[in-house]
Design a binder for this molecule. Structure first.
Ligand code: FAD
Length: 506
């Protein structure tokens, strides 16, 4: 047992630390098929003070630390980049600290899941607005804030989850514990507002992908869930990419505060139906693209008016409404009423058994994504020979493209794009060439999409490094980022490897 292990064990007790081989391997993975490194130690702290002690030891001993919430990152965010280091599992810190019903804020420990938090809030007629990511049943609030997560419902109305952030408690990489926002004033008893007391230092930690500090407590705004809601699902006509983009834009121009607006393009609908993933659309003869909306209101009259305006936009664009019930194919109702927004993506990624995703998620303007989707088709054709290598062995061709496309705040969409693939272990045999091919294809794919000027928002090791390798960052921006990182984490202990600050070396 190493000296570092013994020191850490004293902090959390033996029950909450492990160097067991199976545990270490379990923490060496996220959902992508790439194995980058296996940690030496997995530790499960219970509060900020313990984390502070752990980080101080990591600095003394020069050992990397990787914060991990739900571990749902899609590309190397919450697993080690190389062998060694400590994975800091935040899921033990999953308590609700305080619901302030007067001021409509909730303070939670950062390891709580969006599902658990919203289950609690619903007893008070409240919700978090943006319900976090589609992985919200397991993904943590701290992970969401570290990623600018968006997508698990409500994001057309409320934007990404960082929009609702009021304040943070963060342990800096060198072990100091800080409060941001209103609580930066020592006379303030509670987080009530994000901006003030100087620059918005909350923002520094939003979307930082865990490189600037460990979030231990998060205060979010909460909202009363409106009493009225309606939800409709439509089949799109041909040329659905252009039509859907037009609808997104028209809804925004009409100024309707739609809660969710989602487009699922035809390939996903077709393949998903073939795989039995969308039983609610089995009865639809023409498996065309789908688009749906959810809208909320405080009175019946308000709801009626909004629905009228939205329906008009869809009908003017030659869309065909499916019936009102889930059994009619109304996925929007399932999303809102049965929390389908947190189940949908888990299904999607298990679309074909043994297929694994090499994806990425980015923001892009409404008028841009149809061109990006066309270019992804082109990329796929150009890489047909590579895809064939998988097909020859598995009998199935990887599928490239995009998952559901969601309207978020402003005139932007969230675009999840990539390709499904196979891990090197397939059907009882190891295919080493799969590993190399996956990495090469994934990089090539992300490079192609990056050049469309998209904004990756959860970057992990993969996209953050790619941006640097491609020299996509403006040099002045990257220099400032590296300066901030160096000031807060001079030994580059936290999430070592991301953004390639030290040229790939520690
Ligand atoms: C099925 C599925 C569906 C998904 N759907 C969506 C979606 O709709 N929208 C979306 O945005 N994403 C989605 N994702 C991606 C991912 O789940 C989200 O980004 C999620 O917010 C990550 O949260 P997590 O707790 O799992 O974070 P992790 O994967 O554990 O960590 C994510 C990053 O945050 C850092 N981190 C975690 N906790 C802390 C902390 N307390 N302090 C500092 N750093 C921390 C990690 O080091 C890492 O860099 C999906 C993933 C899956 C598997």
């Amino acid at each position: 047992m190493s000296e570092v292990y013994k020191k850490l064990e004293k902090i959390v007790t033996e029950k909450f630390i492990s160097n067991n081989l199976i545990v270490r391997h379990a923490y060496s993975r996220n959902v992508d098929p790439v194995l980058q490194g296996v940690p030496d130690i997995v530790i499960r702290p219970k509060n900020a003070e313990e984390i502070s002690e752990i980080l101080k030891i990591a600095n003394e001993e020069n050992v990397p630390v990787i914060p991990r919430g739900g571990g749902d990152c899609e590309f190397g965010g919450s697993k080690p980049v190389e062998d060694g280091g400590i994975v800091l599992d935040m899921k033990r810190m999953n308590n609700i600290i305080h619901l302030d019903e007067d001021n409509l804020t909730v303070t939670v420990e950062a390891g709580i899941s969006w599902g658990k938090l919203n289950e609690y809030l619903c007893h008070y007629g409240l919700y978090t607005g943006c319900m976090g990511p589609g992985s919200g049943m397991t993904a943590s609030v701290g992970g969401g804030i570290s990623h600018h997560s968006v997508g698990g419902g409500g994001c057309a109305k409320y934007g990404s989850c960082t929009n609702q952030l009021v304040g943070l408690q963060v342990v800096l990489p060198t072990g100091e514990i800080i409060e941001t926002g209103s609580k930066a004033n020592k006379y303030t008893k509670q987080h009530f507002n994000r901006c003030g007391n100087g620059p918005d230092l909350n923002g520094l930690f939003c979307g930082d992908n865990g490189i600037l500090g460990v979030k231990t407590q998060v205060t979010l705004q909460v909202f009363p869930r409106p009493q009225y809601a309606d939800y409709k699902t439509f089949l799109l006509p041909r040329k659905d990419r252009a039509v859907s983009s037009k609808i997104f834009s028209e809804v925004r121009r009409a100024g309707i505060d739609v809660y969710d607006l989602m487009y699922i393009y035809d390939i996903i609908v077709k393949i998903g139906c073939q795989q039995g993933m969308f039983p609610l659309w089995d009865h639809i003869k023409k498996k065309r693209a789908i688009m749906f909306y959810t809208v909320e209101a405080n009175s019946e009259g308000e709801l009626k008016e909004k629905v009228k305006q939205l329906d008009q936009i869809f009908l003017n664009n030659k869309c065909e409404s499916l019936g009102p019930e889930i059994s009619d194919g109304n996925i929007a109702k399932w999303h809102y009423v049965e929390q389908g927004h947190w189940q949908f993506y888990h299904n999607l990624w298990g679309m074909v058994p043994a297929l694994e995703p090499c994806t990425a998620e980015c923001f892009t303007p409404i008028n841009m994504y149809p061109k990006i989707l066309d270019d992804i088709d082109q990329w796929d054709m150009e890489h047909n020979d590579d895809m064939q290598v998988f097909t020859n062995i598995t009998g199935q061709r990887p599928i490239s493209g995009s998952g559901p496309i969601l309207l978020i705040d402003g005139c932007n969409v969230e675009l999840t794009c990539g390709f499904t693939t196979f891990g090197s272990y397939y059907n009882g045999e190891i295919h080493e060439n799969f590993e190399e091919l996956n990495l090469r294809l994934w990089k090539s794919f992300l490079e192609r999409v990056t050049k469309w000027g998209v904004e990756w928002y959860m970057m992990g090791e993969f996209a953050s490094r790619l941006m640097v390798d491609l020299e996509a960052y403006l040099p002045e921006y990257y220099k400032l980022l590296a300066t901030v990182k160096n000031a807060l984490d001079p030994k580059n202990i936290l999430s070592t490897g991301k953004f390639n600050f030290w040229g790939g070396k520690r």
